[in-house]
Design a protein around this ligand. Structure first.
Ligand SMILES: Cc1cc2nc3c(=O)[nH]c(=O)nc-3n(C[C@H](O)[C@H](O)[C@H](O)COP(=O)(O)OP(=O)(O)OC[C@H]3O[C@@H](n4cnc5c(N)ncnc54)[C@H](O)[C@@H]3O)c2cc1C
Length: 301
């Protein structure tokens, strides 16, 4: 099928893009890499009156270091950047480790960071990866009515962004402009694993973790996020909390993995039952926590 008719605008700066979205009165959509939106339009799953193409908005396509040792990723930075940019490898090695699992190389060369976050697929890797790293999203819209200034901006934690499958707290006139990721701290290690039927397929289940160890070997901080184990990307908070203040022995890690598998809420589909997905959450959480613990130990001073 071909999409229904729509108007098309291609602004070259963020303010014009925000104005075009606002002028759409709720019937305009941003077009980023088009890797999810264009197939949806072709299947006539939703028909915006106007497409606001962000591909010429160069100010949204960046990867920059922050003074605190972290990273800022512009919404129009391509997913392939995560795989190849040396700065990402050093400052957010979790993203470089997981990027090859996001779709196929051809899709990563067009698909964007902002598009993946805004699309809110519970099986997507990036929302869960950025959540476990404690990233903050920045969102902008044009001023409405009596508001002064051309642009209104707000920050959102990734947890607050996701309301349901393919459903975010972004309003129709808002653009997600960037995410900021804190730098890796001393004693901190991250790791990722997923099971997919074939390389490039969406995850049946995936897990990303971050642990921080003190000089005494105790776990000072931990975060575990699950991919395709619930209606939204989600943090397994009780599982991570079970590690705090503990030496992350294999038994403590197995306990955290068990909690994650009991408390997640996966759905069954043709690729796996609920029981199978819970099993995968337990096995993968155990595996990546052990790996992250090893990496954290190498960074303890
Ligand atoms: C065959 C195939 C396999 C795939 N496998 C995977 C996979 O394994 N893992 C995975 O994570 N993804 C996968 N994808 C999806 C791919 O990663 C997409 O690139 C991504 O989901 C959407 O990014 P995009 O830049 O293409 O966004 P688009 O398709 O252009 O937009 C997606 C949605 O986000 C909105 N949007 C885009 N940018 C913004 C913004 N800055 N602010 C507000 N709203 C915005 C659009 O309006 C639209 O609603 C796959 C896609 C295909 C076709």
């Amino acid at each position: 099928m071909k999409p229904a008719r729509f108007d098309y605008v291609a602004p070259t700066n963020l303010d014009d893009a925000l104005s075009a979205l606002a002028a759409g009165g709720g019937e305009a959509r941003a077009l980023a890499g088009g890797q999810s939106l264009v197939p949806m339009l072709n299947f006539r799953l939703g028909g915006p009156a106007t497409l606001v193409d962000l591909n010429a908005v160069d100010e949204l396509a960046f990867v920059e270091p922050t003074e605190e040792g972290g990273l800022r990723l512009g919404a129009m930075a391509r997913q392939q950047t995560l795989e190849h940019d040396p700065l990402v490898r050093i400052r957010a090695p979790l993203l470089a480790e997981a990027a090859p699992w996001i779709a196929h190389a051809q899709i990563r060369s067009r698909g964007t960071i902002g598009g993946s976050l805004a699309h809110a697929d519970p099986a997507a890797e990036l929302p869960a990866l950025l959540m476990v790293l404690g990233a903050q999203a920045r969102v902008a819209r044009a001023a409405r009515g009596s508001e002064s200034g051309a642009r209104i901006e707000r920050a959102s934690s990734l947890c607050d962004l996701y309301l349901g499958p393919f459903f975010t707290s972004l309003e129709a006139d808002e653009i997600l402009t960037e995410v900021e990721i804190p730098g890796l701290r001393v004693g901190e290690g991250t790791a990722f694993a997923e099971l997919a039927r074939r390389r490039g397929d969406y995850a049946i289940v995936g897990v990303a973790v971050r642990v921080r160890l003190g000089a005494d070997g105790l776990c000072e901080d931990a975060a575990i996020s699950l991919i395709n184990a619930g209606p939204t990307p989600c943090l397994a908070e009780d599982a991570a909390a079970a590690l705090l203040g503990e030496v992350p022995t294999p038994a403590a890690i197995a306990n955290a993995a068990e909690i994650a598998s009991l408390q997640c809420s996966p759905a069954a589909d043709m690729h796996g039952s609920v029981a199978y997905r819970r099993h995968l959450v337990r096995v993968l959480t155990n595996r990546v926590l052990l790996r992250a613990r090893g990496r954290a130990r190498e960074r303890v001073v």
